[in-house]
Design a protein around this ligand. Structure first.
Ligand code: ADP
Length: 621
């Protein structure tokens, strides 16, 4: 199927070519026929004209001599010769006929008596003179006796000269005495055709060509002769035993008004004519009045054929031009159609694209809206989470404060008791008038109040809810604050904290309050781990590299158990007895450091004890 389709475009030009050729052929043949028909009609009209012209000239030529034999009746000598033949009379008539023949330009003139014997002749001097000959067998003699005159074409029996015989009966007092005959030569008749433009012939009653503008056609036959006719010719010696070969005219078609299309194929040896005598001809014939002869004009079809051929060629060329024009118009129309289709397809594709773009834009705006909603939701969730986290951090802080509260209370109790004692003592010293001691006591009271203020100040600072914003925090300072809050605990546990602050104090980026919370958690856990030890020791060491600050808090406790190592930063994981620990300290601390871009890591020290390392981004000054 697809193969067929691929062949179709190749077949199209071929079929167009074949159709064009057929059209050219059709146009050519129609034009040929039409032109030939027109040409033939033209030729027929010309032929008819020629026919009339030639027959009129021939009639005129014959008519010139027709009266001549009859005039001999007017010669008394001729009549006398026929009634009383005498040698003297005969000599006179011979001389008269000789003269007349010469003047008229005829072949011969002679007088025959009733019995058919020639009595006098214009050629009396010549050895082959007709005088004395018996011509009673000649048809023109018999016709003249029977009808008064006769016409005959024949070839002379004596000299074999062809001629036209015109005879008239010579009568006196109603009695026929003899016959006068003149013989006209063919040349003088043919003279009238000296200017013909086409072959012309005259056939006699036997179908023998007796006159023709083509010399070679003379004494040929227009139709076949049977043996009987040929025998009759021998008897009358009409054609003087000439061969009488057929002209061989082949009939091709019969047209109107007796016209025919014929072909003459025979070539003649001495053919020298100004017009063609071989080929296809249009023949037109008419009888010559007063004779049994037929005049035929041959019009050659060469011109008609040539004209028809050139018209056919012209028509074929016109058809070819028409086909080409049609092909060009068709090609142009096809081109336009293709362009239109392409434009339509382009418009369609454009519309489709636009529709898709609109769809996508709508999708995109929906997705965008969804994304915005989602982001808003996330922000809301994050805020909620952060709020929850802040609450958690605060809760963790309060838990630390709770843990610290015993120590702080203890820490405040001592100065309060001292204040109580000092204030009592001071009163007594004032009563005694010991103003110096009283002044000293008041100074100590002021110191104690300052100390208590510091403690509550630290606690208040720690307890406040921070906003969690990043800011440069000097680490040593944060450590001091944390240790300050844990001071009472550390003292109670007799713990030693080893720390050194480098000259170039490291500054981290984070929230100071929250960092203190982390440090209190880590140092608190270390103290918890070393609870019961005689000399607990905590080591704080610094390290900084590549924009980061690391602080390690190491204790000398039992270290992290395997379970603790696995769940260290999980919320609510604790190994401490209920009421001592919530299991949130490390989880909150890790969360705080993560919020500031840092991290918390816990492991066992190779030499025993646990070590927690916190890492924070360094603030570059
Ligand atoms: P809590 O202190 O309330 O138990 P934490 O999250 O601070 O909660 O600690 C969780 C647990 O981690 C502790 O119960 C303890 O078992 C272990 N831990 C923390 N710090 C240390 C330490 N320095 N040495 C040994 N174990 C520790």
């Amino acid at each position: 199927m697809s193969r067929l389709r691929s062949l179709r475009p190749n077949l199209r030009p071929l079929s167009v070519l074949i159709a064009s050729l057929l059209l050219m052929l059709l146009a050519g043949s129609v034009a040929y026929r039409f032109a030939q028909r027109l040409g033939l009609a033209d030729l027929q009209a010309t032929g008819m004209h020629r026919l009339e012209l030639y027959s009129a000239s021939l009639e005129r030529e014959i008519g010139k001599y027709a009266f001549l034999p009859g005039t001999l009746t007017l010669q008394p000598e001729v009549l006398r010769l026929l009634t009383r033949p005498q040698a003297q009379t005969a000599a006179g008539v011979n001389a008269f006929l000789e003269q007349l023949n010469e003047r008229a330009g005829t072949l011969s003139i002679y007088v025959i008596d009733r019995d058919g014997q020639v009595r006098a002749s214009s050629n009396w001097r010549r050895p082959d003179s007709f005088v004395g000959e018996d011509l009673s067998f000649r048809p023109y003699f018999r016709d003249a006796l029977a009808n008064g005159n006769g016409r005959f074409f024949g070839i002379g029996t004596t000299r074999g000269e062809p001629g036209y015989y015109l005879s008239s009966a010579l009568a006196a007092d109603g009695e026929i005495l003899g016959v006068a005959v003149i013989k006209v030569g063919l040349e003088s008749l043919e003279k009238s055709w000296s200017t013909v433009e086409a072959p012309v012939l005259v056939g006699d009653e036997n179908g023998v060509v007796i006159l023709s503008s083509v010399a070679d056609w003379k004494f040929t036959t227009l139709r076949p002769l049977d043996d009987e006719t040929r025998k009759a010719f021998d008897h009358t010696q009409q054609y003087n035993r000439r061969a009488l070969q057929p002209l061989r005219i082949k009939d091709l078609a019969a047209l109107d008004h007796g016209a025919r299309l014929v072909r003459i194929a025979r070539e003649w040896p001495e053919m020298a004519t100004v017009y063609p005598v071989v080929g296809r001809f249009l023949t037109q014939s008419r009888p010559l009045p007063g004779t049994p002869w037929t005049l035929t004009v041959f019009s050659h079809l060469e011109q008609v054929d040539d004209l028809a051929q050139s018209r056919a060629a012209l028509a074929a060329i016109a058809a070819a031009c028409l086909c080409m024009l049609g092909a060009i118009v068709n090609e142009r129309r096809r081109h336009l159609r293709d362009r239109l289709a392409a434009r339509e397809a382009l418009q369609k594709a454009h519309d489709e694209l636009e529709r898709k773009v609109e769809e996508r834009t709508a999708d995109l705006s929906t997705a965008n809206q969804q994304l915005q909603d989602e982001i808003a939701e996330r922000i809301r969730a994050e805020r909620t989470l952060r709020a929850a986290q802040d609450e958690l951090v605060q809760a963790g802080k309060l838990a630390v404060i709770g843990q610290l509260s015993t120590g702080i209370a203890h820490e405040l109790n001592q100065p309060l008791a001292a204040l109580r004692t000092l204030s009592g003592n001071t009163g007594r010293f004032l009563e005694r008038g010991d103003l110096d001691t009283a002044r000293t006591n008041l100074g100590r009271i002021a110191d104690l109040v300052d100390r208590m203020g510091r403690i509550t100040g630290q606690l208040r600072n720690f307890a406040r809810k921070s906003d969690g914003q990043s800011a440069p925090v000097p680490l040593c300072h944060a450590v001091d604050n944390a240790l300050g809050l844990l001071e009472a605990r550390l003292r109670r546990a007799s713990a030693v904290v080893e720390r050194s602050c480098p000259a170039d104090e490291p500054v981290a980026l984070c929230d100071a309050n929250r960092l203190e919370q982390v440090l209190i958690n880590l140092i608190g856990n270390a103290l918890d781990a070393m609870a019961g030890q005689a000399a607990p020791r905590i080591e704080l060491s610094w390290d900084s590299a590549a924009g980061r600050i690391r602080l390690a808090v190491r204790d000398h406790g039992p270290g992290l158990s395997a379970e603790a190592e696995q769940h260290l930063f999980e919320p609510f994981f604790t190994t401490k007895p209920a009421g001592d620990g919530l299991g949130l300290g490390l989880a909150i601390s890790a969360g705080i450091l993560r919020d500031f871009g840092g991290s918390l890591h816990g492991s066992n020290h190779p030499d025993g004890g646990a070590v927690f390392t916190l890492e924070l981004p360094r603030h570059e000054r």
